[in-house]
Design a protein around this ligand. Structure first.
Ligand code: HEM
Length: 223
């Protein structure tokens, strides 16, 4: 829990930079079966046992896209200097997801509206815009980085289970995603370098909520 991490002025990872601090907090919030660095008890339903339908997976994409829409609109429109760094990072997912939704349309699916998990998360993110803009960086980091790690693993499993191994655009980036992530890590560190400790902590403390909201979106698959 955060209280045991955020104590005094030194934070795990802080010697390297802020992204390492965010990563440390995030990794601890994984279950042990999800990631080696995880500290939480094994999940009741490990991902190897998930049995969603194609419709569930489509809903997962729709809810995910709703959140990416928010982030990408926000980054493009924000007048705040700190967010200008996060326009066109190469991690953007909206246009890839649009292509994937077309793929479903072409196969006779109608595209549902976002459901509660996506809608509630975006409402929460919108509330941060005025109240705690710095906290948005933590949500952005977790949402985009999680998708390149666990999200990709989940994508491979789901695609084998439901779509004969079809690789969705959601899991393709232009160029080497590892390189993109490294460039973004540098931007995050630069952006947060001069933040006062309280602002950094406020941002780190969002990690738990980021996991719970993302967890509700993954709930479309974890059944
Ligand atoms: C990294 C698995 C859910 C945030 C990782 C890694 C794995 C993983 C294997 C890589 C660890 C490494 O670098 O060695 C999973 C699985 C999940 C899950 C199986 C769910 C079933 C989440 C959620 C979040 C999240 C819900 C937050 C919204 C992160 C972050 C990283 C990470 C920020 C670090 C990425 C990086 O350093 O590049 N996850 N994860 N994960 N995960 Fe997850």
């Amino acid at each position: 829990n955060m209280d045991s991490v955020v104590q005094g002025d030194r934070r795990p990872g802080s010697h390297k930079g802020f992204v390492e601090e965010m990563r440390f907090v995030a990794m601890r919030l994984h279950t042990r079966d999800q990631a080696k660095e995880g500290t939480l008890e094994e999940s009741a339903l490990p991902i190897q046992e998930w049995q969603p339908s194609q419709q569930d997976y489509l809903q997962f994409l729709v809810d995910s896209k709703h959140v990416y829409d928010f982030f990408e609109n926000f980054m493009n429109q924000s007048q705040d200097n700190m967010f200008v760094n996060f326009r066109r990072t190469g991690l953007e997912r909206v246009s890839a997801l649009e292509e994937d939704l077309d793929w479903f349309r072409q196969r006779g699916f109608s595209i549902p509206k976002p459901e509660k998990p996506g809608v509630a998360y975006v409402e929460y993110l919108q509330s941060l815009v005025q109240d705690k803009p710095h906290a948005l960086l933590c949500h952005w980091y977790n949402f985009y980085f999680a998708h390149t790690a666990g999200g990709r693993m989940i994508g491979r499993l789901m695609s084998k289970l439901l779509f004969d191994g079809h690789v969705f655009e959601f899991y393709k980036w232009e160029g080497d995603v590892k390189q993109i992530l490294d460039q973004v890590r540098v931007k995050i560190d630069e952006t947060a370098r001069d933040w006062p400790r309280e602002v950094k902590d406020e941002c780190l403390k969002e990690t738990g909520l980021s996991f719970s909201y993302s967890g509700t979106i993954l709930g479309h698959l974890a059944k």
